[in-house]
Design a protein around this ligand. Structure first.
Ligand code: PEP
Ligand code: MN
Length: 348
């Protein structure tokens, strides 16, 4: 339930609402907009009685929230959440473009592709230092050494860094190096990890579990939001179906469905969503046309040598063409692509 205060409601009236919520055993969540204050009630599993609040001084109206998630819902916050990451904006009118290798494999490999992407104007570089691999015998990532390489990319090339965190007790470590924390598909319902990410001041990109529903994704986001971190973006990265032609089935429906249900930015990952480099361009364009607030893809300077996910990684020259294709689709639907002007010029 959301309690909307009258315009110009006094602080003691807001205080009265907060006391009533706490008295019922729930938690208040106050958002002060430019015109009025709204107070959300967190923690009730059964519907509340609006009369409990309508009689309080300063209350204008009470809006029930029907969904099981609250802080993530559009009812709670109708306007799009826009997340600033250094010089990049995620959400709103912008289409964000994040790219980089699946894994940080070495300093040379990371800097080679980072320079190529920087020269294309890419502001946010991805790269995994802690890798969640299906087999324990596959490359597990470089760990903290990989994080240091990513931080050096940020410092030397001026790019922001998104990288995955896999364990609750590593969140603090990864947050010291990264600009955005990524929580992967296999960890979408690792609730202790979500809560720890919710206690950080860094934005979080939460990937949809490969067998999770849209509602489960929103409830997972709620775990992060409920700890106070409002900078959450959701990522459709493909789900498991009976189809074997692709590694995953990219759920294009999820994008407009999520955009309707939540104010949080929605990002598409067509690399994991298809598992095939030749499908990354068409599915990226489809995702932008469907309303995605951003794309995150895997790019490797030498995909044939990649230690993970080479088969779904674009070569830099194809990424460069994709950026221009995305720009045109974004323009066609009244949005702008957020890549840097005045970056170096990429030469294939
Ligand atoms: C990744 O981004 O490299 C990754 C492992 O993604 P996902 O969690 O979507 O499989
Ligand atoms: Mn990958």
């Amino acid at each position: 339930m959301i309690i909307v205060m009258r315009m110009g409601a006094e602080a003691h009236e807001v205080g009265g609402v907060i006391q009533r919520i706490q008295g019922l055993g729930y938690r208040p969540h106050v958002s002060s907009g430019s015109e009025r204050v709204i107070v959300g009630v967190i923690g009730n599993v059964r519907p509340l009685d609006p009369e409990d609040f309508l009689s309080l001084s300063g209350v204008e109206k009470v809006i029930p929230i029907l969904q099981p998630y609250k802080l993530a819902s559009r009812d709670f916050k109708p306007s799009d959440t826009v997340i600033r990451v250094n010089d990049a904006l995620i959400g709103g009118d912008n289409v964000t473009f994040m790219a980089g290798p699946c894994s940080v494999e070495s300093r040379e490999q990371t800097f080679e592709v980072a320079r190529q992407l920087r020269d294309m104007g890419v502001k946010i570089m991805r790269g995994g230092a802690f890798k969640p691999r299906t087999s324990p015998y596959s490359f597990q990532g470089m760990g903290e050494e990989g994080l240091q390489i990513l931080a050096d990319v940020r410092d030397q090339l001026g790019m922001s860094i998104i990288t995955e965190v896999m364990a609750p007790d590593e969140v603090g470590l990864v947050a010291r190096y990264a600009d955005i924390l990524q929580i992967g598909t296999r960890n979408m319902q690792n609730y202790r990890l979500l809560e720890e990410a919710g206690r950080q001041s860094k934005p979080v990109l939460l990937k949809r579990g490969m067998s999770s529903t849209i509602e489960e994704l929103l409830l997972a986001a709620e775990y992060i939001l409920a700890q106070g971190n409002t900078q959450v973006m959701l990522c459709e990265r493909g789900i498991r179906t009976f189809e074997k032609a692709t590694r995953s089935t990219f759920d294009i429906n999820a994008i407009p469905v999520l955009k309707g249900l939540t104010h949080l930015p929605v990002i598409a990952d067509p690399s994991h969503g298809t598992g095939r480099w030749d499908l990354v361009t068409p599915v990226s364009l489809a995702a932008v046309a469907a309303g995605a607030d951003g794309i995150i893809i895997e790019v490797h300077s030498h995909p044939e040598l990649a230690m993970s996910d080479g088969g779904q990684s674009l070569r830099p020259e194809r990424c460069n063409v994709l950026i221009e294709d995305i720009r045109r689709v974004a323009q066609a639907i009244g949005r702008g692509l957020d890549v840097a002007h005045g970056a170096g010029v990429y030469a294939a």
